[in-house]
Design a protein around this ligand. Structure first.
Ligand code: NAP
Ligand code: HSE
Length: 428
């Protein structure tokens, strides 16, 4: 029988405790499937005295995750602290420097420092595994890196932030306020330590960065993503979208274009009957298109204790079985720096604005759209109690730059009372 694979687990929050539970509950199953016992030697978190609802007395404690990463009785360092700098980064570097493999759920760290860390790991003959970093329990990294390895990937897209999807669907389906829906998502363990990462689209942008690197053989380039969060989405947008047969989703798209790599993470309207429109709560969906396979759709729980710990432990099983892969599916030194392309593929757009309720106001807006080459498909004005009227416009296909040009011109008029919100409509 092979020697046990010994883990050092840093971070005992939602995901870390989920990992401890699986190691304890499924010990026999892990041994049967990998051919060796998977054990925990040592753990680390900030507060040693916190009751975490599970017995931790069998494991050595380290206050400092770097010390944990360097321990001789640790084969795999499991980083579940979070953050793109500070203790998580220092501990991962210490683990690699002392000959350990790393399993992490930390998309922020890898989106910002993935290239350097991958080069460091591969130069040392070590691995970094990060299935849990993208789309929680969905094995999307494995699908892209292994199952689809023979494909020229043309596009990757999806809904990859459980918190945002939870908030948007609960506001629509249960009529909750933003604050109520956010509190529920937090209670389910979905929300990042810094919630602005979720609602600002940054967390989902980190995930798209990692998928792009694997899909297109490019260096992880978080700075190349056009990012917009859900923080400007009002209940009026959710209701208006529903009224017109759409739902709002924070949608990420990455694709190669003749101009370079286009990567965007933005709230979009999708048809409410489409698979993306049907996604509820913390569920994620990733769509991958390859030249040989066609389209693959992966759907499942994108956050929370069980699903995320499941993904972490899937990586641990790979290491226990002796499977070896470059961090981003090909040697890190061969990843290309791809030129960044702004998204210019035409699409219909949804526009919501407040307009002064006086003669000529709508005509001014219509003229501005016409001058920018934007054609109106549908328009609605909703009831109002004062001198400002909420107006919705759905355009025919146009480009984001034409919409931005029109919005700039609208702002310069004396009839727009509420800054226009513009959302792309995606028929996927
Ligand atoms: P969390 O519940 O906030 O837990 C973070 C843990 O890290 C806590 O146990 C905390 O200690 C510990 N910690 C913080 N600073 C530390 C330090 N300086 N030294 C040692 N330990 C420290 O976070 P989480 O939700 O489990 O997320 C962990 C990672 O998984 C993050 O990278 C996150 O992005 C990622 N992730 C989370 C989910 C999810 O659904 N939650 C899904 C996918 C990926 P104390 O408990 O003592 O404060
Ligand atoms: N905060 C993240 C989310 C956790 O809501 O999707 C999973 O990565």
């Amino acid at each position: 029988m092979a020697a046990p694979l010994r883990l050092g687990v840093a971070g005992l929050g939602t995901v870390g405790i989920g990992v401890v539970k699986i190691v304890r509950r499924n010990a026999a199953l892990l041994q049967a499937r990998t051919g060796r016992a998977v054990t925990i030697s040592a753990i680390s978190a900030r507060d040693r005295s916190k009751d975490r609802g599970v017995s931790l007395k069998d494991y050595a404690w380290e206050d400092d995750p770097v010390a944990l990463a360097r321990r001789d009785d640790v084969d795999v360092f499991v980083e579940l602290i979070g953050g793109d700098e500070g203790p998580a980064k220092a501990a991962v570097e210490a683990a690699l420097a002392t000959g350990k493999d790393v399993v992490t759920a930390n998309k922020a760290l890898l989106a910002m420092h993935g290239q350097a860390l991958a080069e460091m790991a591969e130069a040392a003959g070590r691995q970094i595994r990060f299935e849990a970093a993208v789309a929680g329990g969905i094995p999307v990294i494995k699908a892209l890196t292994e199952g689809l390895a023979a494909n020229d990937i043309t596009r990757v897209m999806g809904v990859m932030n459980g918190t945002c999807n939870y908030i948007l669907t609960r506001m629509e389906t249960a009529g909750l306020t933003y604050e109520e829906a956010f509190a529920e998502a937090d209670g389910l363990g979905y929300v990042e330590a810094d919630p602005t990462l979720d609602v600002g689209g940054i967390d989902a942008g980190h995930k798209l960065t990692l998928l792009s690197a694997i899909a297109f053989g490019t260096r992880p380039d978080f700075g190349g993503i056009e990012i917009e969060g859900i923080d400007r989405i009002a209940i009026e947008d959710i209701r208006a979208a529903a009224d017109m047969g759409y739902r709002i989703k924070l949608l990420g798209v990455a694709q190669r274009t003749g101009r370079g790599l286009e990567q965007r993470m933005q709230p979009c309207l999708v048809p409410d009957t489409s698979p993306l429109g049907q996604l509820q709560g913390g569920t994620n969906m990733v769509v991958i298109e390859g030249d040989a396979v066609g389209q693959i759709v992966l759907r499942g729980p994108g956050a929370g204790e069980g699903p995320t710990a499941s993904a972490v432990m899937g990586d641990v099983c790979d290491l226990a079985r002796g499977l070896s892969l470059p961090v981003f599916g090909q040697p890190a030194t061969t990843l290309e720096a791809s030129p960044r392309a702004r998204s210019e593929l035409p699409a219909p757009f949804y526009l919501r604005m407040g307009l002064l309720d006086k003669p000529g106001a709508l005509a001014k807006v219509a003229a501005i759209l016409g001058n920018a080459g934007v054609s109106i498909d549908r328009m609605r004005q909703y009831g109002h109690a004062d001198t400002s009227a909420p107006v919705l416009i759905v355009t025919h296909k146009t480009t984001r730059s034409a919409i931005d040009e029109a919005i700039e011109a609208m702002r310069a008029t004396d009839v727009v009372t509420e800054d226009p919100v513009a959302l792309r409509i995606e028929h996927v």
